[in-house]
Design a protein around this ligand. Sequence first.
Ligand code: DUC
Ligand code: ZN
Ligand code: ZN
Length: 483
Amino acid sequence: MEFDTVIHGGTIVTASEQYRGDLGISGERIVAVAERLDGGMRRIDAGGRLVMPGGIEAHAHIAQESASGIMTADDYLSGSISAAFGGNSSFIPFAAQHRGQTIDNVIATYDARAKTSIIDYSYHLIVSDPTEETLNVGLPRAFARGITSLKVFTTYDLLNIGDAGMLDILGVARDHGALTMVHAENHAMIAWMNRELAARGMTAPKYHAISRPELAEEEAINRAILLARLANAPLFVVHVSTEAGARHVQRARAEGAPIFAETCPQYLALTRDDLDRPGMEGAKYICSPPLRDAGTQDALWRHVQTGTFDSVSSDHAPYRFDETGKLMNGSNAPYSKIANGLPGIAVRLPWLFSQGVIGGRITPQQFVAFGATNAARIFGMTRKGRIAPGMDADIAIWNPETIRRVTLKDQHDKMDFTPFEGFELTGEPEIVMTRGALIVEHGKLRGKNGQGRFVARGRLDVTGHPGVPVKEVALMKTDEANS
Ligand code: DUC
Ligand code: ZN
Ligand code: ZN
């Protein structure tokens, strides 16, 4: 067989194994994996390096207006370039519905914005207005188009859909094989803390972490899981930042419920002390849920290691440290008026490789699973996230030995800071491909504006997750069948 490209001499790493081998690529697909492959119009020598599936960034905010109207600094061109330099071959940013908007209109808006992406993409919807039209027309149409996941919020005045709205959405998603994702923090607890802090004049950035107690996440994750159980629907808990929240996920999974979850590098690498930097510097570290403490980091690492989390995502939410972003409400704004979110799409995988694999905390196989394979499976990217014949040739070749310090310039995004500045990282992606095309080669951008394609995603397969039947729902169904 003649190949367009052969990658030879590397160590192939998948989510389950690691072996010396060559890869043959024809057109956009991997067509052969063998101990040795000759030929190839182009031969890439991966000698001594790790040949892995290109990363899938399953949580990023790109060209997205927040509910209060702040636009992210990155658009699909800069966001995808930054993702590619970080070892990603595809990503799934959010397409956010604001109240009053139809889902068709939201998708049309993001289709126009995403045209410049250099890597393949899909969207998770954000649903903030679960009207009859949204539930019965907009969502089914989006699912049919292959947009098979959506995120809801239990907090923020303009996004919180309440328990009833969440049950409605869980039911519709379940009926269509789609996956509901949740940002879980208790709205009333946060509002109460905000009032208590304001009454004491405590408005500096460091109070952001105080205003969103760990209890607020614990309660809302528990509640979201129970609502999902009642609706007999799968649920993906995003950006878990607390040990207690992770425990709820762990327990539900052990009981067989189809509950999935992620954490993010910032919750493993940074702490609330970062919010207490001089002046307004702490504003750079405002994200929600907030940064916690060193003890929580250790606990979250244990949950990464023992399988509570399916992926480690960046939650790239790029708001610059100026009047277009963090300081939109002034250079002395109270924490409650500062945009929530940190950038990190380029640093996610290098950081996880360095701290996880080189640091001896996770295996290279787990790294591949957290960075690509699990997201492909859960979010229905059926041709991505694995190295096997027939899969898209989405490949990242990693040098496991390079040592670098994180700099803003190397992020290739439109930000004016990185919260990971100066971190020393070992290992980096040297070559990144999407569907057989080089997009990054030894620090040089090869990908072209618009080269990325929309990926229609499949339904979630919940085989192996028997669920936890709710007695009363079962009784209702029995009576219905007998009537
Ligand atoms: N949730 C996110 O997922 N990202 C940024 C802020 C937020 O509330
Ligand atoms: Zn969120
Ligand atoms: Zn996010």
